[in-house]
Design a protein around this ligand. Sequence first.
Ligand code: QAP
Ligand code: CO
Length: 175
Amino acid sequence: MSILEILKYPDLFLKTKAKPVSKMDEGIKRLISDMVDTMYFAKGIGLAATQVGVDKRVAVLDVPGEEDYQRGKNLIVIINPEIVVHEGEIKYEEGCLSVPGFTANVKRFENVTVRALDKDGKGMEIKAEGLLAIALQHEIDHLDGVLFIDRLSKLKRDIIKRKIKKAIEDGKKRL
Ligand code: QAP
Ligand code: CO
């Protein structure tokens, strides 16, 4: 098991469009296992391969439900995910392990059905609403090289980008 390095904005690799996984080999199994460990280590609820520098369409999620959060209880692995049905609109204050310390309100579909392969390469469909629906769209965006800040209006995007840039500069001064 290994903890992988999570790339942070403005790392250009985060703009990479990931490629479909063509076969479930040991490399993919290892990647999934390391991504799950990395997501829990970083205290995230979702992580896409793009965020750990791998251009393959793999993401892991563990989105808490109504019950108390129990690690692993809602763990989902999605490979080559596709939104096949979507409905409604919802705004939610999102964050991202690749943009630590910043959040913004992002507009998403309220309900989605996602078709994907599971960790064993078996086809499946997830019908999701609420936070899980948002998380699935956020992770699929990563696989297309899109960050939540890219979904903001130009004005809000410019403001948050300037704040992030300033935070990075201030961080450097304290080194
Ligand atoms: C994606 O996000 C997501 O800023 C997963 O300092 C976002 O795990 C799913 C995190 C919104 C659903 C809704 C962010 C941790 C984790 C931070 C995350 C931070 C530490 C974000
Ligand atoms: Co993210």
